[in-house]
Design a protein around this ligand. Structure first.
Ligand code: ATP
Ligand code: MG
Length: 468
């Protein structure tokens, strides 16, 4: 019977008109176990239903549970207005300006409750009667119009994100053919793809993020307009794009996500300088960025912390040498050129993705470390070891080496130095001085001088001209 249902649903797509009656799956027809829904979320639903409202778990949590992922959080959709929701709970707070939501607090867990909303509001906003709710590009600026359950399903982005689960009856309501898409592993936009991307270009990023995380394909019509519309991302506020970038790269599927971003021309609009570096030096920049993302995914898998600073330091690093060189060619000495290039690169990146100061400062520190790690004489090595940024700087050095940068064994040297005894450390520093003497006594070791020499490929001695 279920097979028949799926076949009927499949035949109707992709241009089927929105369903006004949902497909209903009872407990025997789906694999979503009620006991995997947060107890608090179930309580919220029960309470709202008892008060006479409709209430369902919705979105990512339903999708993830059907696919046996652990949901990040549990969202509830309801017919109650935010004020009505708040009246039902002591521990509830209304938040949000663009549209109001209610956060119901249970200790550390927050259950987000949203009132059913409708899409495509053609009417003007109450607070702003002069302004239409659509930007001329078709982008929706305000969508705080309440609607029915069915409206709420249609305004969601992908079919797999528009499933409603009632933990009381254990039924799933599917207005948008989401269940068959989950079973066929398809990311499919609800409605006309071009229009839905124009309304909110971030949906293009969400499409590849879910495809990478769930290992789904983008359905043909959902994929088709992306390359053409990718430049629309430039109009999205940089703070929102920063948040999205973190979700893209810090969710444990960064490497796969990166490949999809490249495939759909979505990477360069987010990271223009890194995009250019990838075109100019595809092997080196590609290796460095991919390795950084693989390391990030590994760390997340192992439950280790990851920082946006390291990630951004890596994404922007391949763009740095060309900038330093350009400034040096204009006559700037190496150290100021490096500082200026780093500064301008970060400022430009912030125009696309607003990286907060608490991350831009450590990005600079990780880069500065690359200039300091080669200078180990005297007490310098020990001082560096004590530097709070040492670990990140050292990891970054290893990353550069893994991308093929020649550092004359610097990474191994530092690995050894951390592991050996005090007396062996002193010996390592002495060895360094004698090697240095040999070098300056005319032995044919490289010691590059002359700032304006054009380099091909990445620098080998610490990223950027260090002025040593
Ligand atoms: P996750 O939280 O795992 O990243 P999610 O699907 O829960 O995935 P959220 O950003 O938490 O994503 O959004 C919750 C739900 O809100 C989505 O499942 C989707 O139904 C809807 N939604 C979110 N962003 C958009 C958007 N830009 N356009 C339309 N609907 C959206
Ligand atoms: Mg979510």
């Amino acid at each position: 019977m279920l097979k028949k249902l799926i076949q009927t649903l499949r035949r109707k797509r992709p241009h089927a008109p929105p369903r006004s009656t949902p497909a209903v799956l009872n407990a025997r027809q789906h694999n979503l176990a009620r006991d995997r829904i947060s107890r608090n979320a179930v309580n919220v639903v029960e309470r709202l239903q008892k008060a006479g409202y409709q209430a369902y778990a919705v979105g990512g949590c339903v999708r993830d549970l059907m696919l046996d992922f652990d949901p990040k959080d549990f969202d509830i959709a309801t017919s109650a207005t935010p004020e009505q929701v708040r009246a039902e709970f002591r521990n509830a707070r209304i938040i949000g300006r663009r549209f109001k939501l209610v956060h119901v607090h249970f200790g550390r867990e927050i259950i987000e409750v949203a009132t059913f909303r409708a899409n495509h509001p053609e009417i003007d906003d109450e607070d702003n009667p002069q302004q239409s709710s659509r930007h001329e590009s078709g982008r929706i600026l305000r969508d705080n119009v309440y609607g029915s359950l069915e409206d709420d399903a249609q305004r969601r982005d992908f079919t797999i994100n528009a499933l409603y689960y009632d933990p009381v009856t254990e039924r799933i309501l599917d207005y948008a053919h989401g269940v068959p898409d989950i079973r066929n592993r398809q990311i499919r936009l609800i409605g006309d793809p071009t229009q839905r991307y124009q309304e909110d270009p971030v949906r293009m990023l969400r499409a590849v993020r879910f495809a990478a995380k769930l290992d789904f394909d983008l359905e043909r019509h959902t994929a088709e307009p992306i390359q053409r519309l990718a430049p629309l991302l430039r109009d999205i506020p940089s703070a929102r794009l920063f948040d999205e970038v973190l979700k893209l790269f810090l969710s444990g599927y960064a490497e796969h996500t990166f490949e999809l971003l490249l495939q759909y021309d979505l990477f360069a609009p987010l990271f223009p300088a890194a995009g250019a570096a990838l075109r100019q030096q595809p092997d080196y920049a590609g290796k460095l960025i991919r390795q950084a993302l693989i390391n990030t995914d590994d760390r997340i898998e192992q439950g280790k912390p990851v920082t946006p600073a390291f990630l951004f330091a890596a994404l922007l690093w391949p763009a740095l040498p060309a900038r330093v060189l350009r400034l040096q060619e204009q006559g700037m000495p190496p150290i100021p050129a490096m500082q200026e290039a780093a500064h301008s690169l970060i400022v430009e990146q912030c125009q696309r993705t607003a990286v907060p100061k608490r991350f831009t400062i450590p990005i600079r520190e990780i880069w500065d470390m690359q200039e300091r790690l080669p200078r180990r004489q005297g007490k310098r090595a020990d001082l560096l070891l004590e530097n709070p940024r040492f670990r990140a700087g050292y990891d970054f050095l290893l990353l550069r080496e893994s991308a093929g940068e020649q550092t004359d064994g610097l990474g191994d040297w530092w690995t050894d130095y951390q592991e050996v005894s005090d007396s062996e450390r002193r010996q390592m520093i002495r060895d360094l001085s004698s090697k240095e003497k040999e070098d300056s006594s005319g032995a044919p070791r490289k010691r590059r001088r002359g700032g304006n020499r054009r380099r091909r490929g990445p620098r080998s001695d610490g990223s950027a001209p260090s002025g040593e």
